[in-house]
Design a protein around this ligand. Structure first.
Ligand code: NAP
Length: 534
């Protein structure tokens, strides 16, 4: 693999870059107006390492991973000598990949473009052309990594990020084993990062795990559920466990029910090949929504280390109960032609690459309960769908009505239930809905909202989930990555539902731009409740 003249940096350049990186870190940290001057903590920075990105020509790499690497560099969080190796089936030189990365950064990075940061990252960019089955390409990769260790001081520390179609996970993992790349020499580390989906049911998740665990120890496997990298999702833990206000009422004595929604306004776009046969429940309920449920319902962990956090989430997932009647307690839909943002859009079955008789759910709603002392009898309604009214992900904890209202019925006619709503995206923040007197001579009471918006309270925009998760991989910090057991427990919840759906007719149609099939409304109406209007 020939590198064009002068592309690999000299040691002196590396050292200079290291100094620049440190200066940037301190600068960014010191200049933050919201930093409490008493806070002497320095930001977490990874040690020297190489990130090997498989699937660099893919959508995820372009939109999220490459920009996140730049944003980390811009925040001074990449280590000196940090190197990025792209692996893909293109006849590219290192500079071609650098150009592709540059374009992705320019288009999608969160933080402003700075020449000096880009130059620093660019010096560590390498490209290895190859196909996943090609043993020779992996041999070249192994040699390239050795050379990078020697020239950039990365010490044999490699993170392998599999941003590739799931069917290639076993092939790549096997190649890493064969070349010895999976095996860390003493004093260094090797980690593998796997993107969801982790299988498509319990059996396939276990098979995938058998393959990875034969090559990498569990402590070196980082499963990405990018929702856990979102600030708002982590803030569920801060909200619950850093305050005294909410925890006393966070239980069946006060909570009437919980609604967890992930609504998308887009259709499947160009992802027909991935989405068809998977559907909304497997795509996002099995991972993102069940993780949100676990964070909302779990007991406080003894600490925020990976073991304690995962153990509490596992307990919740183990306590989840399905409805007795899956026909009444679950529902699924498939979007038909309709209107979105003032434009007419086609239905799922008309999308390119979708079979005319596809049974895939583009909407799914499920009523679950958590069978423990805290939550017994409190329904958790989960819904996810494409081509819904608008894009929004939120968790709404809806509280019981006051046991007694010392007002006339007319005065409280339009008073709803108190609710605490965690807005995961967009407009990240928290809203508390409560009853307030309407100004005037009568004692009329109606709902008002108290709002916390991230954008207003903190001047810096929230880091992208992938920035946080990539940094955690490089540092080797696992709390925000689901353990295999959580993955399996989530499939144990979903598998019976998918089996039921597979033998009970078609998904119900719903016009694009609406809020899902009528059966979803009926499911809540049977409980005397309604979905929140979003
Ligand atoms: P994608 O656009 O289909 O990209 C797949 C990548 O794998 C491309 O770079 C492709 O290279 C490469 N590839 C495929 N077959 C190959 C082979 N035989 N040898 C070498 N390279 C090969 O997929 P994606 O959307 O980026 O997603 C990547 C992973 O992230 C998947 O596991 C997906 O499920 C997961 N994920 C994606 C998103 C998202 O927003 N996109 C969100 C969550 C999870 P070519 O260009 O040569 O085909």
């Amino acid at each position: 693999m020939a590198r064009k003249e002068g592309a690999i940096s000299e040691e002196a350049n590396v050292a200079a870059a290291a100094v620049a990186a440190t200066a940037t870190t301190a600068e960014v940290f010191e200049n933050n107006p919201l930093r409490d001057p008493r806070d002497k903590r320095l930001p977490r920075v990874a040690g020297p390492c190489v990130l090997v990105l498989f699937g660099v020509t893919g959508d995820l790499a372009k939109r999220k991973l490459l920009p996140a690497i730049y944003d980390l560099g811009n925040r001074g969080l990449l280590p000196p000598g940090f190197s990025l190796v792209g692996f893909a089936r293109r006849d590219w030189a290192h500079e071609d990949f650098a150009q592709v990365t540059y374009e992705a950064v320019k288009q999608y990075a969160r933080t402003p473009f700075r020449d000096e940061v880009w130059k620093q990252i660019c010096e560590g960019i390498h490209f290895c052309p190859g196909e996943f089955h090609d043993e020779g390409a992996f041999d070249v990769l192994a040699m390239m990594l050795k050379e990078i260790d020697e020239t950039r001081g990365t010490g044999g520390n490699y993170a392998f990020y599999l941003s590739v179609p799931p069917k290639f996970f076993p092939t790549v993992v096997e190649q890493l084993k064969r070349t010895g790349l999976a095996q860390a020499p003493d004093g260094s580390w090797r980690r593998v990062v796997i993107e969801k989906p982790f299988g498509h049911d319990l059996k396939s998740a276990q098979e995938l795990n058998a393959i990875t665990s034969a090559v990498f120890p569990e402590s070196s496997v980082f499963r990405i559920d990018h929702y856990l990298g979102k600030e708002t999702v982590q803030n569920i833990l801060a909200l619950r466990f850093a305050n005294t206000l909410y925890e006393p009422i966070w239980n069946r004595g006060y909570v009437d029910h919980v609604q967890i929604t992930m609504a998308e306004d887009i259709g499947i776009g160009s992802r027909a090949g991935y989405y068809d046969g998977i559907g909304a429940a497997r795509d996002v309920i099995q991972n993102h929504l069940l993780q949100l449920l676990a964070l909302v319902a779990m007991e406080d962990p003894t600490s925020f280390d990976a073991h304690s956090l995962r153990r509490e989430k596992e307990k919740v997932l183990k306590a989840v109960r399905l409805p007795d009647d899956l026909g009444l307690g679950t529902t699924r839909g498939q979007y038909t032609a309709g209107w979105q943002g003032g434009e007419s859009v086609i239905g799922y079955l008309e999308e390119q690459g979708i079979p005319a008789d596809s049974m895939t759910d583009t909407y799914a709603a499920i009523r679950l309960e958590v069978a423990n002392r805290r939550w017994a009898g409190v329904p958790f309604y989960l819904r996810a769908g494409k081509r819904l009214g608008r894009r929004v992900t939120e968790v709404a904890v809806v509280f019981e009505r006051a046991p007694h209202l010392p007002f006339s019925k007319d005065d409280t006619e339009i008073l709803g239930q108190n609710a605490l709503v965690i807005r995961v995206q967009p407009d990240e923040g928290i809203t508390v809905r409560f009853g307030s007197k309407v100004p005037g001579t009568a004692m009329e009471v109606r709902d008002v909202s108290m709002d916390f918006a991230y954008g207003e309270s903190f001047m810096e925009s929230s880091p992208e989930a992938y920035e946080r998760l990539l940094l955690d991989v490089l540092i080797g910090d696992p709390p925000l990555f689901p353990h295999q057991r959580e993955v399996e427990l989530s499939w144990e919840i979903l598998d019976p539902i998918e089996e039921y759906w597979a033998t009970h007719g078609r998904p119900e149609g719903y016009p694009a731009g609406t809020w899902g099939p009528p059966s979803a409304d009926a499911m809540l109406a049977r409980d005397g409740r309604v979905w929140r209007r979003l």
